[in-house]
Write a protein that binds this ligand. Structure first.
Ligand SMILES: Cc1ncc(COP(=O)(O)O)c(C=O)c1O
Length: 412
């Protein structure tokens, strides 16, 4: 019998990693307070919990204006609408991200134009952005993936030279900083998710940081059924929807901001330790640490395995790691491989109107394909909240898999 747990051997770790989300009496008290107040929903906007949460969030992230929204998908859709992005406009998105990043422009009638990623960071490659610009391009939608940040110097430079809007998908980047400035505060909009797995969570929810008070006011109107900010119930000035986050969620998010700094510090310290420990394992590559990325924040720790060295791709390595007791996954498919965006499956009008821009089966994004299908292993943030032992176990499991790599072929 093999020593690999996936083939019947003893796992490296049997103790579960700590659960997420973390909660204590403060959450229960905050929710109870909202329940007793009778103001449970998100209207009138902003309620007291929302206002206090946003004050704390901006203190943590930077930026001056922010709006709570139902989730980190609608945030980007609303940002597109407020920016006036619509029918036939082009929005450049990375080839490696959650579908929401491309779905947002698509549902407002715009064409998501895919740009390949930088293999060193797995974030959008500014050179690919530049090459994708046409006279229809209106916006760039970079994603700060895992614990990395897109090169915001290069992206903002391209945006300024070409008069483009920037919407930063910062769903993974609470607390992350570039040259000391918070993710989501460079562009016109910064979109954050508070969904259950995220490192600052209210179960569901989102925040949209806006460059100006005027943009924020328009966002509030769109998420509050088209009402003007502070307007009367029946008064409507925009085609909006009910995309509000509730006071109950804001109360949970508010308490989460109290724990966030210590949790983020702990994850970052453990990730530094992990970087050092992984260096010695052949065929494991840690992603680039750009010195301009001054504060790293870990939603995921993404590493790259070399399939030539391991004799297996990321999927097999992940299966083996999971069996060793290490929570991990291979993550998203490359954007052009999501079924959602295949023209024949989509009933949205944009792919039918612009079929030449949706021939995804003819597109190739070699760096994203390599990352998604061969290299990327995502380690869950839980691994970074279990002390040094948590890291030692993950490293030992990877080393064990490397040592027994010949047996991985059996997993194919
Ligand atoms: C990169 C990215 N963008 C956007 C979202 C969407 O966030 P939500 O689930 O809050 O809609 C996610 C969610 O996982 C994400 O990972």
């Amino acid at each position: 019998m093999s020593e690999l747990a996936v083939l019947g051997g003893q796992p490296v770790r049997t103790e579960p990693y700590p659960d997420w989300p973390v909660f204590d009496e403060r959450d229960i008290a905050a929710v109870t307070e909202v329940v007793k107040s009778g103001q449970w929903g998100g209207s009138p906007y902003p309620g007291p919990q929302t206002a206090e949460f946003l004050r704390r969030f901006l203190e943590l992230q930077g930026g001056e204006y922010a709006v709570t929204v139902a989730n980190g998908t609608i945030t980007m859709e609303v940002a597109c609408r407020v920016a006036g992005i619509g029918w036939g406009d082009e929005v450049i998105v990375p080839a490696y991200t959650f579908q929401a990043t491309a779905a947002a422009p698509l549902v407002v009638g715009a064409i998501p134009v895919i740009a390949d990623i930088d293999p060193d960071t797995y974030c959008i490659d500014p050179r690919a952005v530049e090459a994708a610009i046409t006279d229809k391009t209106r916006a760039i939608l970079p994603v700060h993936l895992g614990a990395q940040m897109a090169d915001m110097d290069a992206i903002m430079d391209i945006a300024e030279r070409n008069s483009l809007i920037v919407i930063e998908d910062s769903a993974h980047a609470h607390g992350a900083k570039w040259r000391g400035q918070g993710a989501g505060t460079f562009g016109d909009f910064g979109s954050f998710s508070l969904q259950a797995s995220k490192i600052l969570t209210a179960g569901e929810g989102g925040v949209l940081i806006c460059k100006t008070a005027e943009l924020a006011e328009r966002v509030v109107s769109l998420i509050d059924c088209g009402r003007p900010l502070g307007g009367e119930g029946g008064q409507v000035i925009n085609l909006g929807g009910n995309y509000r986050m509730t006071e109950l969620q804001a109360a949970l998010a508010k308490v989460a901001t109290e724990r966030f700094p210590a949790q983020a510090k702990q994850r970052a310290a453990m990730a530094d330790y992990m970087d050092e420990e992984l260096i010695d394992i052949p065929g494991v590559r840690i992603l680039k640490r750009d010195p301009r990325h001054t504060t790293r924040s870990f939603y995921l720790y993404i590493l790259a395995i070399d399939p030539e060295v391991f004799g297996a791709e990321n999927k097999a390595v992940c299966t083996a790691l999971l069996a060793e007791g290490i929570p991990c996954l291979t993550g998203y498919p490359a954007m052009h491989h999501y079924d959602l965006f295949q023209p024949l499956l989509s009933r949205l009008p944009v792919p039918s109107a612009f079929p030449e821009r949706f021939r995804f089966d003819e597109m190739h994004f070699p760096e994203a394909e390599r990352a998604c299908e061969r290299e990327a292993v995502w380690l869950s943030e839980q691994v970074f909240r279990a002390g040094k032992q948590g890291i030692d176990d993950a490293v030992a499991a990877l080393r064990k898999i490397y040592d027994h790599r010949a047996e991985l072929a059996a997993l194919r």
